[in-house]
Design a protein around this ligand. Structure first.
Ligand code: AMP
Length: 435
C-alpha cells in the first residue's frame, strides 16, 4: 500500500464542511474590506524566495522543497504567499492601475519541510492578504482589522493581538548594531539555536522559544527603543487607529517575526485555546516597505498577513457547534424506486434548489430512517404505492414529528415555504396565505 507523504494529510468528506465554511467566510470578509482574490503558481523560481524571504531564514535554509526541472531550472514549491504575489504585481505591472493601492488576498497550499506535529504540516494552507502601494498607517490598521474581523466572523475568540514595530531601514540597522554589540559578550548564555541565529539572523534571537525567562534575553535591547522619529510617529498612529476602533492589542517588544523583509509594524494573533497546543499563532503579518524594490519593482510600500487554515480548523473544533441541517429532505421510498415516479419527484425538488438524498442500497424502512438521521434532514419525504395512487407525498418534520399529506403538485412550494417560514403546517399551498 502506498501511504501519504509524511507531513501531508487528506481532508476527508466529513472534515470538508469546516474548510468550506472557512473559505466562505474568507470570501465574505474580503468582500467587506474590498480585497480581490489573486491566484499565483504553486511553484516559482527558487531565486524569488532566496531574495525575498531571505537567505538566512530557516525557511530558505532548511525548509524549502526545491527541484531542478527538465530544463535545468531551479524551482521551489512556495513556502509562503507574499513573494509570489509581489512577483505577480511587478511582472503584470498591477501597480499602474489608477485605483491603487492594490488590495488582494490569496488562499492555497504552501510547503515547508518542517518537523510535523499538531498544527504544523509540510503541506499546509494559508489565507493571506496584502495591501500594496500604501505607506499610510491606515493600511496597517486595515490589515490588522481585517485579520481580527475574520476571526470574529468565525466566532473564534480568546485571542491576543500582539503588535510591535521594527521601524524603517535606518531604525533596523541601528537596532541590529546595538543588538550585536550586546550579544557578543553574552551569547554563551543563549540556547544553541540562538548561537546560530546570532551569526546568521541576530534579530531572531529575540524570538527564542526555548527559555523566554532567560535574563540575558529579557534584558537585551528591543527594536521599539531604536525607532527613528518618523518610524515612531508611524507606529503611534497605528496604535491610535486601533484604539479608535476598539481593537484590543498588546505591545510585545520581543515580537520580530521570522522573515527578512519586515519593516515597521509586525503583528501576530495568538489563540489561548488548548486544542492548538504549542502551535498557537493563528496569523502573522506586518509591513514590508522594501521588498518590492528589492525584487526590481518600483518603490512601493506594502503590508500583509497570513493565516494558517489548519490552525483555524483546530480552533473551530474547540467550539461547540450547533448541528446545522445537513440536507433539506431525505426521500424514503416504500416501493420500487425505478418503477414509480420517485426519481422524477426528487429531481424536480433538486432543480428547485433543495438538497434531497435517498437510499441507494435497497435498505428496509427502519434502516432508511436511520440513514436519514445520520444526514440530519429537516423533512422525511415518505412515498409508496398508496401515496402514488393518491398523487401525494407524506411529509414528516424531523424536529417535532408532525406529519401531513401534501399533494405532489404543491410539494415543492410547501417545502420551500416551510423552510423559510419554519412553521407552516397547512399543506395547502394553493390557496393558503399564511406564510
Ligand atoms: P508565517 O508565514 O511563518 O508567518 O506563518 C503564518 C501562519 O501560517 C502561522 O501563524 C501559522 O498559522 C501558519 N503556518 C506556518 N507554517 C505552518 C506549518 N508548517 N503548518 C501549518 N501552519 C503553518
Amino acid at each position: 500500500m502506498i501511504n501519504r507523504v509524511k507531513g501531508t494529510y487528506d481532508i476527508l468528506p466529513d472534515e470538508i464542511k469546516k474548510w468550506q465554511r472557512l473559505e466562505e467566510v474568507i470570501r465574505n470578509i474580503a468582500k467587506l474590506f474590498n480585497f480581490d482574490e489573486i491566484r499565483t503558481p504553486i511553484f516559482e523560481s527558487t531565486e524569488l524566495f532566496h531574495r525575498s524571504v531571505g537567505e538566512s531564514t530557516d525557511i530558505v535554509k532548511k525548509e524549502t522543497y526545491s527541484f531542478k526541472d527538465r530544463g535545468d531550472r531551479m524551482n521551489t514549491l512556495r513556502p509562503e504567499g507574499t513573494a509570489g504575489v509581489v512577483r505577480a504585481v511587478i511582472e503584470n505591472k498591477l501597480y499602474s492601475n489608477p485605483s491603487m493601492p492594490l488590495k488582494v488576498y490569496y488562499n492555497g497550499p504552501m510547503f515547508r519541510y518542517e518537523r510535523p506535529q499538531k498544527g504544523r504540516q509540510r503541506q499546509f494552507h494559508q489565507f493571506g492578504a496584502e495591501i500594496i502601494g500604501a505607506k499610510s498607517p491606515l493600511a496597517d490598521i486595515e490589515i490588522i482589522n481585517f485579520a481580527a474581523t475574520f476571526l470574529k466572523a468565525l466566532g473564534i475568540g480568546d485571542n491576543v493581538v500582539k503588535i510591535n514595530s521594527l521601524g524603517d531601514r535606518e531604525s533596523k540597522e541601528n537596532y541590529q548594531s546595538a543588538l550585536l554589540e550586546y550579544l557578543k559578550p553574552n551569547i554563551e548564555h543563549f540556547c544553541s539555536d540562538c548561537k546560530r541565529r546570532y551569526l546568521e539572523n541576530p534579530l531572531r534571537v529575540l524570538d527564542c522559544k526555548v527559555d523566554k525567562e532567560n535574563p540575558y534575553l529579557v534584558n537585551s535591547p528591543k527594536p521599539i527603543d531604536y525607532l527613528s522619529d518618523s518610524a515612531r510617529i508611524h507606529f503611534d498612529q497605528v496604535i491610535m487607529g486601533l484604539d479608535s476602533i476598539g481593537l484590543v492589542y498588546e505591545i510585545d517588544k520581543f515580537l520580530v517575526r521570522g522573515l527578512d523583509y519586515y519593516t515597521h509594524t509586525v503583528f501576530e494573533i495568538e489563540s489561548n485555546l488548548a486544542t492548538l497546543g504549542a502551535q498557537s499563532t493563528l496569523v502573522g503579518g506586518g509591513r514590508y516597505d522594501n521588498l518590492i524594490q528589492s525584487l526590481d519593482g518600483p518603490d512601493l510600500a506594502a503590508v500583509g498577513f497570513a493565516f494558517g487554515l489548519e490552525r483555524l480548523v483546530l480552533a473551530l473544533d474547540a467550539k461547540e457547534e450547533i448541528q446545522e441541517p445537513f440536507i433539506h429532505c431525505f426521500f424514503i421510498n416504500l416501493t420500487d424506486f425505478i418503477n414509480n415516479n420517485s426519481l422524477e419527484i426528487i429531481n424536480n425538488l433538486r432543480h428547485g434548489g433543495l438538497i434531497v438524498e435517498y437510499d441507494f442500497l435497497n435498505r428496509n424502512l427502519k434502516s432508511q430512517f436511520k440513514q436519514a438521521d445520520r444526514l440530519n434532514p429537516i423533512f422525511y419525504l415518505i412515498y409508496g404505492d398508496e401515496e402514488a395512487n393518491k398523487r401525494v407525498c407524506r411529509v414528516k418534520r424531523r424536529d417535532n414529528g408532525e406529519q401531513l399529506e401534501v399533494p405532489l403538485e404543491n410539494l415543492y412550494q410547501y417545502l420551500v415555504r416551510s423552510i423559510t417560514s419554519n412553521n407552516c403546517s397547512s399543506g395547502d399551498c394553493s390557496g393558503c396565505s399564511g406564510c
